[in-house]
Ligand binder design. Structure first.
Ligand code: NI
Length: 185
């Protein structure tokens, strides 16, 4: 894997609106996707958006293998979303704890739409559409926010529910479908 750095909160590149992908025959695209999956595995991420590694393109990857002790987080097969669009299905929001590779060692309680429909193109440029709810919907919303320059702390309603993972876990406050501590979005 070539050198990479996951940008951290405070870097202005994380707050840019990323550009749509227009050329699906560009060999740089599969290379980018492969690198994003590799970084995600190394960093134990559930998802990664291209702007987090300084590439201002509307590309997201995610994947998750479920664990019996965290039943709220179901398995998500490796997925690539290019130029994704997310729409609400209903108006119900659900709060759960999120972390982010760009906001290391912290967690926050974030409201997200419980049900969404999303459409995107895959790595080959083929359009597809899916319905998602719960954890799956949360991951997609978190990653797609990155494409619009939004980090999860901007979504937190009460900043008393934002803090260091160690303190939150130590005081027993990580509930509501928290991810395993070592996993981040
Ligand atoms: Ni993130």
């Amino acid at each position: 894997m070539t050198e990479y750095a996951v940008l951290r909160m405070g870097d202005p590149q994380l707050h840019r609106v990323a550009e749509p992908v227009t050329r699906f025959d560009d060999p740089a695209l599969p290379a980018l996707i492969e690198q994003m999956f590799a970084i995600m595995r190394v960093e134990r991420g559930v998802g990664l958006a291209a702007p987090q590694i300084g590439v201002s393109l509307r590309v997201v990857v995610f994947a998750y293998a479920s664990r019996a002790d965290f039943p709220d987080c179901e398995t998500l097969p490796p997925t690539v979303l290019i130029n994704p669009l997310v729409e609400a299905v209903g108006e119900e929001y659900q709060e759960a704890w999120e972390g982010c590779l760009s906001v290391p060692d912290m967690r926050g309680l974030v409201p997200r739409l419980r049900r969404i429909r999303y459409q995107a193109r895959d790595a080959a440029g083929t359009p597809f559409e899916r319905n998602a709810h719960g954890f799956h919907a949360r991951v997609v919303q978190h990653e797609c926010d990155h494409l619009d320059g939004i980090l999860y702390p901007q979504r937190i309603r009460d900043l008393r529910t934002f803090g260091f993972l160690e303190e939150l876990a130590g005081s027993g406050r990580l509930t509501h479908g928290a991810l395993p501590c070592e996993d981040r979005y």
